[in-house]
Design a protein around this ligand. Sequence first.
Ligand SMILES: [Fe+2]
Ligand SMILES: [Fe+2]
Length: 220
Amino acid sequence: MIQLLVNFLELVLSVFYRNRFYPRFYLLETISRVPYFAYLSVLHLYESLGAWKQADWIKVHFAESWNELHHLRIVEALGGGKHWGDRFIGRIGVLGYYWTLVFVYMFSPRSAYHFNQLVEEKAYHTYDKFLNENETELKTQPAPQIAIDYYRDGDLYMFDDFQTSHLLSERRPKIENLYDVFVAIRNDEMEHLKTMMTCQRLDAKEVLKSPHSPEFQPPV
Ligand SMILES: [Fe+2]
Ligand SMILES: [Fe+2]
């Protein structure tokens, strides 16, 4: 059922945004942030009520949403959100998706994580296909400044903090052109996918830690 819904959403995007890559990515990234925001809202509430002590999860989900925010800013810098119609669709989608996921997460965190795992998997394949089909052209275009700042020249604490599948500082994207930027975004989506899978494990509370936590070990 969940897989069917994700496939349907992908079909709608690929039909209506067939050759409008950046508006499509704009919508994808606008929506991609929402699950993390929903998880954060619920975990924050639980933590404030004294019912949840896993503060690391709040940190990791915030770093994931911060990463998606930068994907969105990069796509905006490429003109992805310049038409009001695309922004309108994205914002309506955010409202419905956010409240749905808040309730799903309250009743079944594992279902909410599984749904987002499938969305992240689609995002990974969307960017991978885009890279394969447009490699030559992308390599001739410059990287947006926001991508250089986020992936290369800025403080990389937040970049490291959402990558729970490997040791701290292990991944440092090279950013020389637009192709490199989309490689970095695609690989970020794979990191999100892996974290979503870890969150569904029975021992998730023990294994999911912020990479900056002294207790952090990449899950096996
Ligand atoms: Fe993304
Ligand atoms: Fe993602």
